[in-house]
Each structure stands twice: as C-alpha cells, then as structure tokens.
Design a protein around this ligand. Structure first.
Ligand SMILES: [Zn+2]
Length: 370
C-alpha cells in the first residue's frame, strides 16, 4: 500500500485521475466522430531538461498527464537560495518544457532524493505552476546535510510545498498512480526491488563480488528510481543511485531487465562506470544529464564507448571527457550559453525518436527485435 502522508487519500486521487482519463477518451472519441484532429496520439514524451548538471525530466503521457522527476537547482544554481520564481533559472526551464508539451500543471512530482541539484527548484516551481502530488522518500540524515549542505533546507522546503497537495512515500515494487503508462518504483530510501520485474531476472554474468563504492554514502544511495513502461518501450531513471542499491538491481540477477533508454545514473559521474549495470539493463540508448563540469566523467565515457550502444545523447559537452565526448549532433548544449533540452517521443510498439532542438536533428529507433 502507498504511504499517504497528507490527509487526502491517494486512492481517491488515483480514482480522480482515472475519471479525468475517461473524460479525455470521451472527448477524443467525439473528435474522431467530428473528423477533428487532436494532438493526443498514442505516444509518450520525455523532456530531458538542461539544469546544468542537476536533474529534471518531464514525462507526458498520451492523455496528457504529467510526471516530473526532479526540479534542478534553486535560484541561479549557487547553493540552496530560492528567490523570485520569475527569475529562477531551472524552474523557468521546466515551465518552458511544460508549455512546449501543452502541460499546465504537474500531476506528479517525484524527487529522486533531496540533494539541491534535484530538489532545489521545488519552492520556485510550485509558485509557477500547480503541483498536485508529491512523491519522495523519507527525511535525509544529519550525515547527508553534513556532506551536502542545503539538503535539509531543501527537504523542509519540499514539505512546505507538499503541504498544499498530496504527499506519498514510495516503496520499491509500487506503481505510481498513473493510468496510461506504467511507472514502477525500483529503488527508494536505500531499498530495492525484492524480485525481478515481469520479463526480467536473467542471471548477470558480469557481476563482481562486491558493489563499487559510491562517491556519496548517504543520500545518493537512497535515490528513488523508476522504470517507465509504455507498451514495449522501457525507460530507466534511477537518479543518483550508486553503491549497494544500484548493484542490487543488477546483481546477481537483473531485477529490471533490458531497457530501451537509460538515463545514466548520477549524471555520468566517476562512480557509475560500472560494467555490471550496463550488462543488466542492456540499454540501446544512453542519455547523460551532465553539466559542463558536473558529471560526465572521463571513465564513464570510456565505459560507454566500450558498449554496443546505438547512441549516447548528452545534455552538455563535458569538459573532462575531452575527445571522448560524442559527436556534437548528439549534444544539446556545447557550452553554458544555451539551455536546450533533449526530447524523446516513444510509441507503444517500442519505437522511439530522439530530437536535439539545438541542431534540429533527430534520430528514429525501430522497436527492439523480439
Ligand atoms: Zn545529482
């Protein structure tokens, strides 16, 4: 069962979503009968928003429900200093992506964890657009605050914003209350799935005896991770999950199974160049939400180059990666003077397309062979 933190029953909210979905279907049926075209097509959209080495990923369902994973930084990105929402860098980038997608409210906000590059934008974004349901794990530890100042303040700001909506605390294995795609929690608060997802569970022959050490011992390994399934399409976002919980998703069996698209954990930092995770998730395409000098570590690029990937897309050129960066057509921002997102559109048959608005180029990927 979901742990509802607010007075509102999440099941009632889920039923409310279903009613909205039903209304949408009825409206579209009317459109078809009248011969009116509608933007509602059978696909989902994923915007990987540039928040300069933090995370913010907007997922829009076919019925136009919205799931935002993380909110980037507060203010101008220097520490946790929320200010005027109209000048807040990342909250306005999220708003721009939402407008592009035709979304006027965030139905579900999931925070992977409370570090300020993920949770910092909550107070400002909540003043720019309605956020209905807030999903995150429990309070960060004192050690998390000691090693990453601002984490506790970001958590308290999250509680204040969430007091205006429904607040849920996830457990691995639960499905978010979205009706027209499956979003399944695979990790949260340091725990992971206890058994493989449907179709997963293959023994992973790349597993070493122990997990690789995480750079951060406290909040990153507690990241709430998700698999999004839409028809045959699979997308994995584990936030900054590193260390033992990331190992547990991959070893000794792959609990997640093969995915089409993997948002490389921890911004592609130096502690995620881990062969057993790529062997477990078998991504066709990797996306890296790195900044110029945050994430995008050279050793992780080198690991990606050794894999049989169809593509890697980057939010930024990485200064550290040098000639290991992928070709400019696969990079949304070559420096900090621009803030383009990467947009992905996925279909039920498992095919998808990735677009780079900076260049206007896109690439289509057919469904994974059965
Ligand atoms: Zn991060």
């Amino acid at each position: 069962m979901w742990r509802a933190i607010a007075a509102v029953n999440p099941l009632m909210h889920w039923r409310g979503s279903a009613r909205r979905h039903g209304l949408k279907v009825s409206a579209c049926l009317l459109c078809v009968l009248l011969g009116v075209s509608t933007k509602s097509v059978a696909s989902i959209e994923i915007y990987f928003i540039d928040v300069e080495g933090g995370q913010s990923t907007l997922i829009v369902t076919p019925a136009h429900h919205s799931l935002l994973i993380d909110t980037g930084w507060a203010g101008d990105g220097s520490g946790f200093q929320p200010g005027d929402p109209h000048t807040a860098r990342d909250a306005n980038r999220i708003l721009a992506a939402a407008r592009d997608a035709g979304v006027t409210a965030i139905d579900y906000l999931l925070l992977t964890h409370f570090h300020i590059d993920h949770a910092g934008g909550v107070p400002e974004l909540s003043q720019l657009m309605p956020i209905r349901t807030f999903i995150a794990h429990s309070a960060p530890s004192a050690d998390a605050e000691r090693t990453s100042p601002g984490t506790q303040a970001a958590y308290e700001a999250y509680l204040a914003a969430a007091s205006h909506g429904v607040r849920l605390q996830p457990d691995p294995g639960q499905r978010l209350p979205l009706t027209d795609l499956e979003a399944i929690v695979v990790s949260s608060g340091g725990s992971t799935l206890k058994s493989p997802l449907a179709g997963a569970g293959t023994v992973n022959r790349s597993c070493p005896e122990h997990a690789a050490a995480p750079r951060d011992l406290y909040e990153n390994p507690r990241s709430t991770g998700l698999v999004v399934r839409y028809g045959r399409f699979r997308f994995l976002d584990v936030g900054d999950l590193t260390g033992q919980p990331l190992y547990d998703l991959a070893c000794p069996k792959s609990l997640v199974g093969a995915v089409d698209v993997y948002l490389v954990a921890h911004h592609g930092g130096p502690d995620v160049a881990i062969a057993e995770t790529f062997a477990a998730f078998r991504p066709r395409v990797a996306v890296m939400n790195n900044g110029v000098s945050k994430g995008g570590a050279r050793n992780t690029f080198d690991a990606l180059h050794r894999l049989p990937l169809e593509d890697v897309w980057q939010l930024h050129a990485s200064a550290e990666a040098g000639d290991a960066n992928y070709q400019p057509a696969r990079i949304a921002n070559l420096d900090t003077s621009t803030a383009y997102w990467i947009k992905l559109v996925a279909n039920e048959d498992g095919s998808f397309r990735v677009q780079n608005p900076r260049t206007g180029e896109s690439r289509s990927y057919p469904p994974r062979p059965r």
